[in-house]
Design a protein around this ligand. Structure first.
Ligand code: IN0
Length: 417
């Protein structure tokens, strides 16, 4: 269905698109009068490489906006080199491993990529210039993450088995996602804490930012099964798919449809298991624009997981969230409570479509229940119901105790906003 027909079929989403386009006021609009031509060009590169996400970065508070814009472009440049199958390994590996050194080399550019986003490499001198204008504390973080990610990516490109057969074990799946996404979570957390946008306590529990990245990347990997196979890339781990078919490609065959859907379920269960950490992490973001920046990709991911769950189209084609739905989610994910509600709704939908005949039935039920349980700890419905109808003093007393206990638990989670 065309995107216009989709909007007509979902009028509430049409309303959200119109509302977003006409009424949306950025929290911190950019001020082009204060921007150099070089910086304007970097924002163009950002918009070229990521349309919808660019808008979220551009609305970040001035303290972190440029740092995150530059971080995003550097990561995109690394990713472009990694993805480009026309660059032979003897050229590619040293570029990846020493990429961070380009952050100390004015004027470095690369013109031998055939990828769609190659312009970031061709104009990397402009990204460098903005990087060099950042505060030293942000440069240190970005350089460290670029170094570790480049080395991690090179190790995967060098691995013959990985190139020919794809991801093997679940451990390897997690490690690959760590290098391309978990590490990004670390970088963003250090930048946010350093810029005063997040609670420093987030850094004491690295599993939280790791989950933020893995939840996004695993969702992409699940959704992009068909597209990745066409590009000869295999990210679904063999340890999982081998339970359902004798080759990853076979999952797309009509006779293997049920096996394909069961495999999909196991991957969805594995991804949802990261959700409670993500919700915990979001409670540690103090600044509004940083909250939106972190929450928007997360709600898109949980909505995508619901879309792909038990959806056979994933195995034979491209599935994508409707534009109107994305708009609706972007508008709603502006505070902890609404974001948790979105997660709760999608987890309930997944749970409602979960079938006892699915080998991952129990795992999915438990993963969804853990999301619910986490949300219930932070926003207990029983306490709220009681507070709104104080009928008997006995139940009031009980509820008061529950409330105090819940508040003690919550005060450990949520920082003052
Ligand atoms: C991201 C992440 C991202 C944002 C906020 C907090 C994060 C914490 C931990 C890890 C990653 C975090 O978000 C983007 C979202 C994005 O680019 N969406 C695409 C949609 C799509 O389908 O790809 C869009 O165009 O809107 C993200 O996916 N990644 C990313 C990259 C750099 C930065 Cl600075 C932040 C990529 C990845 C691989 C998941 C880390």
């Amino acid at each position: 269905m065309s995107k216009y027909l989709q909007l007509i079929a979902h009028p509430s989403e049409l309303r959200s698109v119109i509302q977003w386009k006409l009424w949306h006021e950025p929290l911190y609009p950019r001020d082009p009068a204060k921007e150099t031509a070089n910086m304007k060009r970097c924002y163009e590169l950002l918009e070229f490489t990521s349309r919808s996400f660019a808008a979220v970065i551009e609305e970040l508070s001035p303290e972190l906006r440029e740092a995150i814009m530059v971080f995003y472009l550097i990561l995109r440049a690394l990713d472009t080199v990694e993805d480009d199958m026309t660059i032979p390994n003897p050229t590619k590996l040293p570029i990846l491993r020493t990429f961070y050194e380009n952050l100390a080399k004015p004027g470095w550019t690369f013109h031998d990529s055939k990828e769609k986003d190659r312009v970031v490499l061709e104009e990397f001198d402009k990204v460098y210039l903005e990087y060099s204008n950042l505060k030293e504390k942000y440069q240190v973080i970005i350089s460290d993450i670029t170094k570790r990610m480049g080395i991690g990516m090179a190790d995967y490109c060098e691995d013959e088995d990985f190139n020919k057969k794809g991801v093997d074990t679940i451990k390897e799946y997690n490690l690959y996602c760590h290098y391309v996404a978990g590490i990004v979570g670390e970088g963003l957390t250090r930048l946010s804490v350093s810029g005063g946008s997040a609670n420093p306590k987030l850094l004491e529990n690295p599993q939280l930012h790791e989950s933020m990245g893995l939840f996004l990347q695993k969702t992409n990997i699940i959704r992009d099964y068909h597209e990745d196979l066409l590009d000869n890339r295999r990210f679904w781990p063999k340890e999982i798919w081998s339970k359902y078919a004798s080759s990853l490609d076979d999952l797309a065959k009509p006779e293997n449809e049920q096996a394909g859907l069961n495999c999909l379920s196991e991957l969805v269960a594995d991804a949802i298991e990261h959700a409670p950490d993500c919700l915990y992490y979001l409670a540690g973001i103090k600044e509004q624009s940083m909250f939106n920046f972190c929450a928007i990709p997360q709600v898109m991911a949980i909505a995508t997981l619901e879309l792909v769950f038990q959806n056979k189209k994933v195995l034979t084609g491209h599935v994508k969230l409707r534009k109107g739905l994305s708009c609706q989610l972007m508008m709603k994910a502006t505070n902890v409570r609404s974001t948790y509600e979105i997660f709760q709704t999608y987890c309930h939908n997944i749970h409602a479509r979960n079938k006892p005949s699915d080998p991952s039935y129990m795992r999915i039920s438990i993963a969804c229940a853990k999301v619910d349980q986490f949300i219930e700890t932070v926003f207990p419905t029983k306490v709220e119901e009681a507070a709104s109808s104080i009928s008997s003093s006995a139940s009031y007393f009980t509820m008061a105790i529950v409330l105090v206990v819940s508040l003690i638990l919550v005060s450990n989670l949520i920082t003052t906003k």
